[in-house]
Design a binder for this molecule. Structure first.
Ligand SMILES: C[S@@+](CC[C@H](N)C(=O)[O-])C[C@H]1O[C@@H](n2cnc3c(N)ncnc32)[C@H](O)[C@@H]1O
Length: 307
């Protein structure tokens, strides 16, 4: 069993950088190293370290350091890397190539659906496939109470609230540091989401109609196969879930079954886990099952409704 997390790492390019007009002081004008040259050196270093997307990484990091959108690196001939940006870019490239930090932890930003999140090692870097969970939430009835359990950075809860302001959206997590990050994201985005500190449903009131979850689902035995970006930098509590990767999902499914008000659940799973998780949901009383595949064709989200 191998999850997408294991294969791709948290390398994804955050949106990085500022908006089109927001060049950092000193980044333009004469002198310094031309962008093309700086990028070439960075691509070489990042590729030599074995990262999967060296050009993309180098561009996102440079855009972030210069405070510009990525497209300006290619279209603005006045851009140079000079002054404090030289050291900042060297440092970013070192963190990516030597430390193998995820790009999003270096830039501190990650795009997710229509929002941009602050990200740091307090929580997992939100993955593209997790956007499917938000889509499952979009089907909720007007005004429904929706809980994003295992919320991490708050990505799912916040993206859902941004797209469906009518919903009463909450996020919960066992990790206090992750919840602190989720709260910071909510404040920065101006989105009203409630937050709960809870081990699964232990401290969660019985008032939710829909529950979404991207729980830890990597089997302990997969540890050696994980990319260094994940293994060295992402919180282990966000990743590992026992010998079969189901030690969080199994009790969660059972606990959800006991909450009669919960009509719909959507759970993200690792590659090869969908069928087993479907069985767990069926046993818990969610007999109407649907699977949503990610772009690689892997059944990634299991959606259960009451019989
Ligand atoms: C895979 S991460 C998902 C984070 C976020 N939802 C995302 O998709 O980017 C799993 C999250 O579950 C939390 N978690 C692990 N065990 C938990 C438990 N027993 N109860 C609640 N949250 C838990 C971790 O702290 C982590 O933030």
């Amino acid at each position: 069993m191998s999850g997408t997390r294991a294969r791709t790492g948290a390398d994804g390019a955050g949106t990085g950088g500022a908006g089109p007009g927001g060049t950092r002081p000193g980044a333009t004008g004469p002198g310094g190293t031309p962008v093309k040259e700086a990028l070439q050196g960075a691509v070489t270093a990042i590729a030599a370290a074995g990262c999967e997307t060296p050009r993309l990484d180098a561009e996102v990091l440079l855009a972030s350091v210069l405070g510009v959108g990525r497209e300006r690196l290619l279209t603005d001939p006045t851009l140079n890397v000079r002054g404090p940006a030289v050291r900042a870019y060297q440092n970013a490239v070192r963190r990516r190539s030597v430390e193998r930090e995820p790009v999003a932890y270096i830039t501190g930003r990650r795009g997710f659906r229509y929002i941009e999140l602050k990200v740091d090692p307090r929580a997992l870097v939100p993955r593209a496939e997790t956007e499917l969970l938000v889509e499952a939430g979009l089907a909720a009835a007007p005004g429904a109470a929706v809980l994003d359990i295992c919320t991490g950075s708050g990505a799912v809860a916040l993206a859902l609230k941004q797209e469906r302001p009518d919903l009463d959206v909450w996020g919960s997590d066992l990790s206090e540091p992750a919840l602190a990050l989720a709260r910071e994201n909510a404040a920065a985005l101006g989105l009203e989401v409630g937050w709960l500190h809870s081990d699964l449903l232990d401290e969660v009131p019985d008032r939710f109609d829909v529950v979404l979850a991207n729980p830890p689902y990597v089997a302990d035995g997969e540890r050696p196969t994980l990319a260094p970006e994940i293994l060295r930098h992402e919180p282990p509590g966000a990743l590992f879930a026992g010998p079969y990767g189901l030690s969080v999902i199994a009790p969660l499914a059972a606990a959800l079954g006991a909450r009669r008000r919960v009509a719909t659940v959507a759970i993200e799973v690792g590659a090869g886990q969908a069928e087993r998780v479907g069985e767990l949901l069926r046993e818990a009383g969610f007999g109407s099952l649907r699977f949503e595949a990610d772009l690689a064709g892997i059944n990634r989200v299991v959606i259960g409704g009451r019989d």
